[in-house]
Design a protein around this ligand. Structure first.
Ligand SMILES: NC(=O)c1ccc[n+]([C@@H]2O[C@H](COP(=O)([O-])OP(=O)(O)OC[C@H]3O[C@@H](n4cnc5c(N)ncnc54)[C@H](OP(=O)(O)O)[C@@H]3O)[C@@H](O)[C@H]2O)c1
Length: 250
């Protein structure tokens, strides 16, 4: 039987590329995000390949998140694969200059939002004693870099939550994985720098990972045999050696 995946942050970047990759392989989709017009466009495109349902909610809103997932029609209720991808960095400032709204956004979306969505999906998985949760962490969850303070904290939390889930869900045979990319060329920097010109420089001078590169690894993880779990994957573009070392030669 074909599987169904719920992907948060499906309107852009890694989430959108993952939706497209999954559709290619016949995985039915529940696509989530806040931008309805993008969800509609993606549903129209991918419905040619698989069954697609969309949910519009802000992962910061606890009751709306739980309610939205509760409203899934019967044929989409069984979520076999959860891709906890919605998230962003907001700002890049030394901690002494940090903006409280940016801090709230990162902790509320990247950490609490991931927990709310998981809370809604996990009971079905434990009941069926099967499922796969993939949390999109970051190299920022493994290494703190200058001015990365709170974003790095949020992604360190994602890795701790991933480990906690893997331990607690172990008796139920549920796979839990973290996929942790370095620099990926998406709308991420537009969000981080609030659309300012600095965003344009982030991917200049080297070839960053593309959303499709990450999506292929995510599909690889979900397509392993039942006894194999890719617990934790760190992926960089070739030009990147660490959070602070990027070989810019182009
Ligand atoms: N790009 C990178 O360099 C990089 C590196 C490592 C890890 N990551 C991680 O990869 C994930 C995806 O990022 P991306 O690079 O693909 O960035 P992106 O292109 O900006 O996409 C972010 C996605 O998250 C959704 N989102 C953001 N805030 C949300 C909220 N409050 N409620 C619901 N959805 C929300 C957005 O959808 P709406 O705006 O429609 O809601 C969008 O679909 C994030 O967790 C990010 O931290 C990115």
């Amino acid at each position: 039987m074909k599987k169904t995946a719920l992907i948060t942050g499906a309107t852009s970047g890694i989430g959108k590329a993952t939706a497209e990759e999954f559709a290619k392989h016949g995985i039915h989709l529940v696509l989530c995000g806040r931008r309805q017009e993008r969800l509609d466009a993606l549903r129209k495109e991918l419905s040619k390949q698989v069954n697609v349902y969309t949910l519009k909610f802000d992962v910061r809103d606890r009751s709306k998140t739980l309610e939205a997932i509760e409203t899934l029609p019967t044929e989409f209720k069984q979520i076999d694969i959860l891709i906890n991808n919605a998230g962003n960095a907001h700002g890049l400032d030394p901690v002494q200059n940090g903006n409280l709204d940016d801090w709230d956004a990162m902790m509320d979306i990247n950490v609490k939002g991931l927990l709310y969505v998981s809370k809604a999906i996990i009971p079905g998985m434990t009941e069926r004693e099967s499922g796969h949760i993939i949390n999109i962490g970051s190299s920022a969850g493994k290494e703190v870099y200058p001015k990365g303070n709170v974003y790095c904290a949020s992604k360190h939390a994602v890795l701790a939550i991933t480990e906690g889930m893997r331990i607690d869900l172990n008796p139920f045979g549920i796979k839990v994985s973290a996929i942790n990319p370095g620099l990926v060329e998406t709308e991420f920097s537009q969000v981080r720098f609030k659309g300012s010109a600095s965003a344009n420089n982030v991917y200049k001078g080297y070839k960053a990972l593309q959303a499709q590169d990450v999506a292929e690894v995510i599909y690889f993880a979900v397509s392993r045999p039942a006894h194999v779990n890719l617990a934790d994957v760190l992926m960089f573009c070739t030009a990147q050696a660490s959070s602070t070392i990027v070989n810019k030669t182009i």
